[in-house]
Design a protein around this ligand. Sequence first.
Ligand SMILES: [Zn+2]
Length: 387
Amino acid sequence: MQALILRRVQGDFSGRARLEEVDAPSLEIPQDVLVRIEYAELSLEDHRVVTGQVPSRAPVILGRHGVGRVEDPGPRVDTDRLPPGTRVVLDTVVACPDIWPPEKQSLARSQFCPDCESGALEQCTRVRPGPVAGQSRDGTLAGRIVLPQGSLHVVPPELDSKVALLAPLLAHVQRALDAVGARPGLRLLVIGGTPLGLMTIIRARDMGLSVALTDPDVVRTEVGREFVERPAWALRVQSTRDNPADRLREDVFTLNKSLENSGFSVPCDAVIDALGTHGDRGLYLCRPGGRVAVVGRESPCGPPILRWQDLVAQGKSLLGIPSGKGHVAQALTTMSRGLPMLDKLSGTAIESTLLPDLGWTRLGVDPQTGSRESTSIDRVPVVFPHQ
Ligand SMILES: [Zn+2]
């Protein structure tokens, strides 16, 4: 099978990840399933793995998201739910509950490791190889993948595969929305017009929230205008002050003033930071008692600026949401009910044979140096040929 393999984390960028012909993985655990990949995705998460910003074990097959079909279920897989040929979306953060079928997971709870028992599924060390596909175990950018049966979610027939590929993204966003107490009328500020940010806006508006967007990047801000209720609620704010604390204060002041002038009442109730670099701004932007959830993982642009006294005195919360683990099935249900504008996020697919160069270029990454020179919202769905 074809696979995009990261052989080593050291060395020049162009030599690190290559499309190679390798043997397909084999089933070793009876609750595992061999899945034939239809669509995978190259994303900035893979760029972070290749550049060493996210730890990984090399050699490793890249790719965090995928949709495929059950090819070979192991002997202890529930084949009533997952007969061969079933189309599934892959939840690639693997934890020990995943070795049981979903309906039996609650019964087996006493057998979870302490991390999974406490809900910290991403830290599970019991399922080997490690928990996250594309980083510590082989990922989706390959003709085939082996995953535990509980990590596979059946795609409703009416849902297009390329849209279903977005289910883990929606699941991640849903966890963040739940964490900030999303309800109709809540005023939410989204930081970052990335795919995670735009998905947050789509789902938040669907749930009846009032949503504004800010992004330091001009291209992403322009793209975001189409997703918010009023174009004036997507704003690029970037102060010219030198001192980071002054810059933060000016950003917060300018943004709030502009939003208020266009009819969005400030301060907002909650913030979701889809960049992962602006949690401090989020805390100053939300009202006393407000909540900030961070979902993005871009490289930090500097140390956070926080007066902890303000945080304590005003009872604000800062929450990190690592993935959509546990919410993928719900996300598929939400999607099959119909969610506007999802097609705008699904992107144009490329053939696997064009990996990795064209994929990196589409992500705004220079395939030779690995530097990210332009911003883009493009995730890159990758089609694997049926073999
Ligand atoms: Zn565990």
